[in-house]
Design a protein around this ligand. Structure first.
Ligand code: SF4
Length: 328
């Protein structure tokens, strides 16, 4: 794997009136060139904060990246000055947010919004700029004649296509897509995902896809990192993770997916709720919800280990040799 982005022991905290919020905790994550990584976890697990840390968009105060390195190719983004970071955003890394309405300016035409991004990063004359904007619209399946339309004249799916056009307009090496289809209805979700997959393959762009939907991950990703309470607890290829999820939390996520073959009165859920990030449990953060919890889990944070070839997990059930200590 040719590495593109490497997060090493990254921690992000927010200072609030009610105390320190430990949003991301010693998080490790890697993505190679042309790969798609699914970052999966429940709401509040730290997925979006991780993305904002990569983009160096954590608002300080109240937030702060308190430790770690964020290496993009050879560069530690933590050491980059804001004016240089401005060039990296858009040119090297772009972000697609969940709700296209919060990403688009309602009083600017979609064409002007795409042009604005291109203008900031590329030196084009007026005609070239219009041609490039039209090309981007057509690329995402919107007729170029709609260049002067406003966001309210587009459906939710079409708005998200505009946002994708903006994200791709400077041909970045990495796209971070934060729940890009959550605000869309199911049929439009499938179309937008297909579009993202095609464009990613066409341009060889790497992508981090933030989602809580394991179905979406299976559709589009090469690798998966499962995040819980601000730390990655399991990482593997999609094939390996779906064939044999190792961490009890990951297994719980899979068990929660309803099956059309089962007649259930109640859906299965992981007991309990995600921990309060200002008051995280000791030891393994998942221990209050884990049916396999052992004494050691309550006070010792489990190391992140390679339990199977290329399959990493942070759980005391797996010993040094990668064998389970206990029956599941
Ligand atoms: Fe469960 Fe212990 Fe593994 Fe945590 S370390 S997931 S509590 S078995």
């Amino acid at each position: 794997m040719v590495e593109l982005l490497d997060l090493r022991n990254v921690s992000v905290q927010y200072e609030t009136d009610s105390g320190t919020v430990y949003a991301v905790n010693n998080l490790n994550l890697k993505i190679g060139k042309k790969e798609t990584l699914g970052l999966v976890g429940e709401t509040g697990a730290g997925k979006t904060t991780t993305a904002l840390a990569v983009m160096q968009l954590i608002q300080d105060p109240p937030g702060k990246i308190t430790s770690g390195e964020i290496i993009l190719e050879e560069t530690d983004l933590m050491q980059v000055k804001e004016k240089d970071m401005f060039n990296i955003r858009g040119n090297k890394i772009s972000m697609i947010f969940q709700d296209p309405m919060t990403s688009l300016n309602p009083i600017m035409t979609v064409g002007d919004q795409i042009k604005e991004v291109i203008e900031l990063h590329q030196d084009l004359d007026k005609d070239e700029l219009i041609a490039k904007t039209e090309e981007m619209l057509e690329l995402v399946g919107i007729r170029k004649e709609r260049i002067n339309d406003y966001p309210h004249q587009f459906s939710g799916g079409m708005k998200q296509r505009v946002v994708i056009a903006m994200a791709l307009s400077c041909n970045p090496e990495l796209i971070i897509a934060d729940e890009p289809t959550t605000a869309l209805d199911v049929t439009i979700q499938a179309q937008v995902l297909e579009l993202m997959k095609d464009l990613k393959d066409k341009y060889g762009t790497s992508m981090i896809l933030i989602t809580h939907d394991l179905g979406v991950v299976a559709e589009i990703c090469d690798f998966v990192s499962v995040i819980y309470a601000g730390s990655v607890v399991e990482h593997a290829s999609v094939e390996n993770l779906y064939a044999e999820p190792l961490h009890p939390y990951t297994r719980g996520l899979f068990d929660s997916i309803p099956s059309i073959d089962e007649d259930l009165d109640q859906l299965r859920v992981i007991p309990g709720t995600t921990p309060d990030p200002s008051d995280l449990p000791s030891g393994c953060r998942f221990h209050p919800r884990c049916k396999h919890c052992m004494e050691i889990c309550k006070h010792k944070f489990p190391e992140f280990r390679e339990a199977r070839p290329g399959h990493y997990v942070a759980c005391h059930l797996y010993n040094d040799e990668g064998n389970e200590k206990h029956e599941r």
